[in-house]
Design a protein around this ligand. Sequence first.
Ligand code: ADP
Ligand code: MG
Length: 334
Amino acid sequence: MRRPVPEGEFDLIRRLFAPLAAGEPGAFGLADDAAVLLDTDFVVTKDLLVGGVHFPKGEPPGRAAKKALRANLSDLAAKGAKPFGYFLGCVWPKGTTAGDIEALAAGLAEDQGAFRLSLLGGDTTLHVDKGGPLTISVTMLGLAPRDGLIRRNGARAGDDVYVSGTIGDAGLGLRAASEAKFLRGTDARAQLLDRYRAPTPRLSLGGALAGVAGAAIDVSDGLVADAGHLASASGVAIDLDAARIPLSAAAAEWRDGEGDPAAAIAYLASAGDDYEILFTAPATRRRSVEMAGQVTKTQITRIGAVRSGAGVRLIGPSGAVIAVERSGYDHFSE
Ligand code: ADP
Ligand code: MG
């Protein structure tokens, strides 16, 4: 009999893949955003995007390709690394036209210019079965910052917890992409869709945080889930102050229309695809953190604290813990 997968994505990685990486210290036990090639300056990360999972099936290929690059760039940003170049693997749907592939290449060219990186190699194949979706796999190389990579495991009890930008926009953007009626006719709808389709990797902020932040992770699965990954890698607990979580005007407008504000914030804090940087720093570093935000013109908000223990709590304005049903995206638990 075929066995279903009994565990979530991250337990699966820990059980089956982490042992395969045990011989190489630069792989960090598969418990970080990227690996380093020891004795070189290179940092490597990989993200795979599948039509119908990470972007809608009819998405223009150029837009999907940009999202693939940006998801990888976000991992480099969270480590303080600078982009260098990437390898590209594409599996095209049956019936793909030259125009589709040209559109993908044009999207890549645009982002290569924006982020100053070069294609280094890859592989291209075509699905033989009907319905096989466009699949884009990117392996991205970056250069480590001089002060050393910002790891996930450097958070200590007593540290402050910060996040860049705003949280939850992409999750609402996904709703807008899949529900025609969602916030129909509002400016908010267009803004949220844009945040979902074209995330902004926080590369300059990441670079400025090297040597300042104790630990960092990019928020791809969901704020609470990724805080959990950082906490578990560091062996600490994290408390997030729900009222401090930064929201865009569009997301705040959506929250205000919801009946239960605590449930609304829990939703935004677990929606994923934000591609912001969640990081920690000792309280003595507050001025340096502020400077990093100013120099790179990036919004930074202090949203919580690290304490000893394990796990993540989302604390409401009354001091009560807000229940988070599903802290973020897990491909094997959906
Ligand atoms: P991120 O969201 O930062 O890209 P993921 O959540 O995709 O990271 O993965 C978590 C960790 O598990 C990373 O260190 C990643 O390299 C590793 N990982 C995920 N899938 C695999 C796999 N199939 N083989 C090896 N390592 C993997
Ligand atoms: Mg990451």
